[in-house]
Design a protein around this ligand. Structure first.
Ligand code: 4NP
Length: 169
């Protein structure tokens, strides 16, 4: 399963989602074959590392995003990834309008996987305060955990549909 997290600039929200999801998947669901990447719908920050405030907020929760670099979404991404997860409704609308006809990738909002969060958008923190950047990490963690749960459930349904017993016999 290949997942692409998408926001506007790819320097705040979607790199946070990529880093958090990778860390949680490696720690909590190493049995699942998952890969994650992120991209922005805009080209403003191509090649740049995550925003300093984003990196600081992520580090406060134990995630190092320093190796990531921004890139712009490409139409080929709709064929390369199984699931494209937008950070807000505006990003999702952009994805819908950019998707090539017949693209198979599923498009959704990250927070659709976190119904308890009580909201669907991860708000753009770019013109906000440190608290807004902390909120991004908190919401992204909720979404990433919910997503992992859904993927683990899907994977175990597949295993049982294939007739393989839970104990491997
Ligand atoms: P992101 O945040 O979409 O979460 O990466 C933003 C980054 C840059 C800008 C806007 C949002 N900008 O206008 O440059």
């Amino acid at each position: 399963m290949k997942i692409l997290f998408v926001c506007l600039g790819n320097i705040c929200r979607s790199p946070t989602a990529e880093g958090v999801f990778r860390a949680l998947a490696g720690r909590e669901a190493p049995q699942l074959a998952l890969s994650a990447d992120s991209a922005g719908t805009a080209d403003y920050h191509v090649g740049a590392p995550p925003d300093r405030r984003t990196q600081q907020a992520a580090l406060r929760r134990g995630y190092d995003l320093s190796a990531l670099r921004a890139r712009q979404l490409e139409r080929a991404d709709f064929g390369r990834f199984d699931l494209l997860l937008a950070m807000d409704e505006s990003n999702l609308a952009d994805l819908r309008s950019l998707a090539p006809a017949g693209a198979q990738a599923r498009l959704a909002l990250l927070l659709q996987y976190a119904p308890d969060a009580g909201r669907l958008d991860v708000p753009d923190p770019y013109y906000g305060t440190a608290r807004d950047f902390d909120l991004v990490v908190e919401l992204v963690e909720r979404g990433a955990r919910g997503l992992l749960k859904a993927l683990a459930a899907q994977s175990s349904r597949r295993v049982s549909a294939g007739g393989v017993a839970a104990d491997g016999e």
